[in-house]
Design a protein around this ligand. Structure first.
Ligand SMILES: N[C@@H](CCC(=O)N[C@@H](CS)C(=O)NCC(=O)O)C(=O)O
Length: 198
């Protein structure tokens, strides 16, 4: 299996962190946007959306990060990261869809608005707070793909600027997920700020 990725973004980092956390036998290829690698005919044959992540497993060419997460969790059940009973699976799907249909667009809109109105995301954080307020360790109790998908967004530069004052359980959960081996292994080191001259 080969994963095409670009660690720095949450949709990529969630998958790469999952692979690394569970030490899955998946090769990782970091694409070069500078070389327009995702626009080559070879890459477009893998993902016609010209985006990453994408996973190739034999004749399967899979794109959409959450589809990749659930595929990996299904192929590698030893990770125990995807409930297989109908209700548990539906619960995971709910959070994956919530991330891509609500959290991602809300955070994308913030980016467009120069990050001024982080309050727009607060109602979503409160939904998460309601899920975590009973003191559970992870979104569904046990660590699963949904933790990777949702928490990756709160670890971004923008995610760190949100107002967690009424959402202490969310903050604690994000930090817990961020300290997992897979997220530690995918931390992107930013260059230190340039020193002022003189
Ligand atoms: N919904 C997709 C989003 C994929 C996506 O937008 N990938 C971005 C990086 S996060 C990308 O490849 N952007 C490059 C481009 O649009 O040219 C997923 O979850 O995989």
């Amino acid at each position: 299996m080969l994963l095409y990725t670009f660690t720095i973004t949450p949709n990529n980092r969630k998958v790469e962190a999952f692979v690394k956390h569970f030490e899955l036998p998946v090769d990782i290829h970091h694409v070069s946007f500078k070389d327009r690698e995702t626009s080559t005919p070879e890459y477009l044959a893998i993902n016609p959306m010209a985006k990453v992540p994408a996973l190739v497993d034999g004749d399967l060419k899979l794109w959409e990060s959450n589809a990749i997460l659930t595929y990996l969790a299904t192929v590698f059940p030893q990770a125990n990261a995807l409930p297989m009973d109908p209700k548990g699976r539906a619960d995971v799907d709910r959070w994956l869809h919530w991330q891509s249909c609500h959290l991602m667009p809300a955070m994308g809109a913030l980016k467009q608005s120069d990050e001024k109105d982080t309050d727009a995301v607060t109602p979503l954080l409160k939904i998460l707070e309601g899920q975590l307020a009973d003191g559970r360790e992870y979104l569904l109790g046990e660590l699963c793909v949904a933790d990777f998908a949702v928490a990756a967004y709160l670890m971004t530069k923008m995610g760190r600027k949100l107002d967690y004052s009424e959402c202490p359980h969310v903050l604690a959960w994000r930090d817990r997920v961020e300290s997992l081996d897979g997220f530690v292994a995918t931390q992107v080191k930013m260059p230190p700020p340039a020193q002022a001259a003189g």
